[in-house]
Design a protein around this ligand. Structure first.
Ligand code: SF4
Length: 792
């Protein structure tokens, strides 16, 4: 018999699933507040009733057809009788609203959960226990008892439906597993001739799967790394009846993975894929406010989905597209985002943003949900993994700034007078809270008064609950109350997570201060997230030095493999040159602008064509731009707030090649990562200096942290050099994208010769000797390179 083991919260749900999406309906409270309330009450109860047990472990196994269904949970409070007494504590900002919902719905999950604990006790002891739901207002801590009757016959009628539903689900997962195993047997690599290096990459991935080894792979562009990694990872997962979760840092980078999946499908594989669209992008309303009062698609979503069997309809699609999901959602008046999330378990490849696995508010459980299968898990593939350490650290950081609060104030005008004054008082007190953190006019490390903040946060929650009570369906775009609630809850979450890898700063500014909790290292959370997967493969063209990424990606404490793969293209197709006569250090810039402009002009005129010059900042770009004189060239410059159509126009100009074009751009920007310029679209990239992060108080604190944690010699490199070099390598990586490409990579700055900068460069750029790329007759060398490649 197969065993399905599930948490009580997954077990005790209405059957068939019904109801609305209710994220903003006043249920629940901030997680930190909920825990605190639970503990307070449990401690009190223990004093009042000596036999009281808090967090009592409960488990029971039901049998249904060929399945054993094991339910596990911890009830908040338990006392032996007779009769025994079982209690669940639920805190809510809007306790009355929760009470109303509980009274109206006998199958409310909270009621079913408590009755399940009661029923398990009844089965074990043949005694009907007393059941109590204790509703606690997070607003004023008032308590309301909501006693329940077990009603054995009624419960068993629900149980019968639920067990049968779970058995059906078990059979569906078995069929899914069987289907995937069959797919694995027929799975073939989509290219008849894998590229040079790609075979080695595939072999490395394959050989290290199922060895409890995390993989960190650096492979250059052009190797076909997406297909080379996805193929073995997926084949192995399918062989176990599992799927692959493929993550990218930005939604715009999903296309590469989608393309690889398409190739696999075109070569005959019947794999199904789903790309998770961001909620804001797929939402059918103007504002993402998921509650049944505001959104008609949230209303009775689960009932409609179950009744019309929409999951079954969506899940069988080869590729789930936004438009198709929105069409079905409109037709049946359900939420397209939630429908998509409900259908994910049947996709063989799920392509998603990092958020869905690594953010503290992730959907990891839904992505990895396996039904009965507890012994094996999906594989995780992380693309452009050099972005992950900083992205993950940002998830756990938060800011509370006067400027933001003032902006939010503008969205409070529509409130009725009483709520308006409550909101204004809160903003006023929060501004005071920020200012009092640092009496000095300079940025400083500060201690956040946690207790004082949590009181403010509770007031934000209370304001939000009152707002919803008073007709929050009027919630609108840029709604100040919603923004306040989110701001306070993010800061409370960061406060809660703080450990020795965090620091808190206050930075005064012309419009008031900014209080920021910074997470320097999110690797413990990353590590925790990896445990939901059987194998983890991370890759990028920029993962050196390995030691740095290994630590910050959370691989350092366990078995892991690092490997670097070389470019598959002949070295003579690319010329790497270092110009150490230039210095882009802040103090040297003024003296170097004209030298840089002159160097660019000379280099690009040797062979007119399309070039990028990647600068460390827009300011730098502007200064050099004003000195350039290249009548033969069209000169274009990236701007700070460039919109998509403009970006597309620039790329089209490169594609058309009507005139030699020089695009001045910034490292780390839209033109430097995740874009391809094949063939003659681009024949050279000039990288002007490493784009070191700004030397400000915050960054210096980060450096101090790394010095303390990883050794004095690593502080600067961790905080400045390595993040900057990731951008340099990415920018340079735009040049050679295929076997037919020829191109120049010119690095301008003497720091590129220093060992800490060289450490980050791909081995086939510099080898052991960067000096070989310093030319005493630079222009002649470039001319020779183009002459040698003229006929190719
Ligand atoms: S349609 Fe938009 S607002 Fe409505 S439930 Fe879905 S995501 Fe939320």
């Amino acid at each position: 018999m197969k065993t399905l083991s599930l948490a009580i919260s997954d077990f005790a749900v209405p059957s068939p699933r019904s109801g609305s999406i209710e994220a903003y309906s006043g249920y629940g409270s901030l997680p930190n507040l909920g825990v605190e309330i639970h503990q307070e009450i449990q401690t009190r109860r223990q004093k009042e009733h000596p036999g009281y047990q808090a967090e009592k472990w409960v488990t029971h196994t039901f049998t249904q057809e060929k399945f054993k269904i094991q339910v596990n949970g911890r009830c908040d409070g338990f006392s032996y009788g007779p009769p025994a007494w079982i209690e669940e504590i639920k805190s809510a900002h809007n306790a009355q609203e929760l009470l109303k919902a509980l009274a109206a719905n006998p199958d409310h999950p909270y009621r079913l959960q408590l009755r399940t604990y009661g029923y398990i006790h009844y089965r074990l002891h043949r005694e009907e226990p007393q059941l109590n739901l204790l509703i606690v207002s997070a607003r004023d801590r008032s308590e309301i008892d909501f006693p329940l009757e077990l009603d054995v016959a009624g419960y068993e009628s629900w149980l019968k439906r639920r067990l049968s539903e779970l058995a059906d689900e078990g059979k569906m997962f078995e069929a899914l597993k069987k289907r995937r195993r069959k797919l694995a047997q027929e799975f073939t690599f989509p290219f008849s001739e894998p590229r040079q290096g790609q075979i080695e990459l595939m072999r490395t991935v394959e050989e290290n799967l199922n060895k409890n080894t995390r993989q960190l792979l650096q492979a250059p562009t052009g190797l076909g790394k997406t297909a080379g990694i996805l193929f073995p990872a997926l084949k192995e997962a399918l062989g176990r009846g599992q799927k692959v979760i493929y993550l990218t840092p930005k939604n715009s980078q999903h296309a590469v993975a989608e393309d690889a999946v398409k190739r696999l499908q075109e070569s005959g594989s019947k794999i199904r894929s789903a790309t998770i669209q961001a909620k804001a992008k797929i939402c059918l309303k103007d504002q993402v406010l998921c509650n049944p009062e505001y959104c008609e698609y949230a209303r009775d979503h689960y009932s409609k989905v179950a009744e019309k069997q929409l999951v079954e309809k969506v899940a069988v699609k080869k590729n789930q597209s936004t438009l198709a999901l929105q069409k079905i959602a409109r037709q049946h008046q359900v939420c397209p985002f939630e429908l998509q999330m409900q259908s994910l378990h049947r996709a063989d490849v799920v392509i998603a943003d990092y958020n869905y696995v690594f953010s503290p508010r992730n959907s990891l459980g839904r992505l990895t949900y396996n039904g009965f299968e507890k012994k094996s898990a999906p594989n995780l593939v992380v693309d452009e993994a050099h972005n992950l350490p900083a992205r993950a650290a940002e998830y756990f950081s938060a800011s509370l700034s006067s400027a933001k609060l003032r902006e939010i104030q503008k969205g409070l005008q529509h409130l009725p007078p009483e709520l308006y004054s409550q909101a204004q008082d809160l903003v006023h007190d929060a501004l005071d809270f920020i200012d009092s953190a640092n009496p000095s006019p300079r940025p400083a490390l500060v201690e956040v008064e946690a207790e004082r903040f949590l009181k403010l946060s509770a007031r934000a929650g209370e304001l939000f609950a009152r707002y919803m009570e008073s007709g929050g369906e009027a919630a609108r775009e840029n709604d100040g109350v919603v923004d306040l609630q989110n701001l306070f809850s993010d800061f409370a979450q960061a406060l809660e997570n703080r450990n020795e890898d965090f620091f808190c700063t206050h930075t005064p500014g012309p419009r008031g201060g900014n209080l920021r909790i910074t997470c320097c290292d999110a690797s413990p959370w990353l590590k925790e997230s990896y445990t939901a997967f059987a194998n983890v493969v991370t890759f990028s063209a920029t993962l050196k030095p390995f030691e740095y990424y290994t630590r910050l990606l959370g691989f350092a404490d366990g078995p892991h493999l690092t490997a670097e793969f070389s470019s598959p293209f002949p070295r003579e197709h690319r010329k790497v040159l270092l110009i150490p006569q230039v210095s882009t250090k802040y103090s040297d810039r003024e003296a170097n602008y004209s030298k840089i402009a002159d160097g660019i002009q000379r280099i690009v005129q040797i062979r007119p064509g399309n070039y990028f010059v990647f600068f460390p900042s827009f300011e730098f770009l502007g200064r050099v731009s004003s000195l350039l004189s290249l009548p033969q060239f069209k000169i274009l410059a990236q701007t700070r707030e460039m919109k998509r159509p403009e970006i597309a126009d620039y790329i089209e100009i490169l594609k058309q090649r009507a005139q030699p074009t020089l695009i001045l751009a910034v490292q780390g920007g839209v033109f430097a990562e995740g874009v391809d310029y094949p063939g003659e679209m681009l024949i050279g990239a000039i990288i002007v200096g490493p784009a070191l992060p700004t030397f400000d108080f915050e960054r210096e604190c980060l450096r101090a942290h790394y010095e303390k944690k990883h050794g004095e010699e690593h502080g600067f490199d961790y905080a400045y050099t390595y993040p900057a070099m990731a951008k340099v390598v990415q920018s340079a990586g735009r040049v050679i994208r295929s076997h037919h490409d020829r191109g120049l990579i010119v690095l301008m700055d003497r720091r590129f010769l220093q060992s800490n900068y060289v450490k980050s460069m791909p081995a086939d750029w510099v080898g052991d000797e960067p000096l070989q790329h310093v030319s005493s007759s630079l222009l002649k060398d470039i001319q020779k390179f183009w002459d040698d490649n003229a006929s190719s």
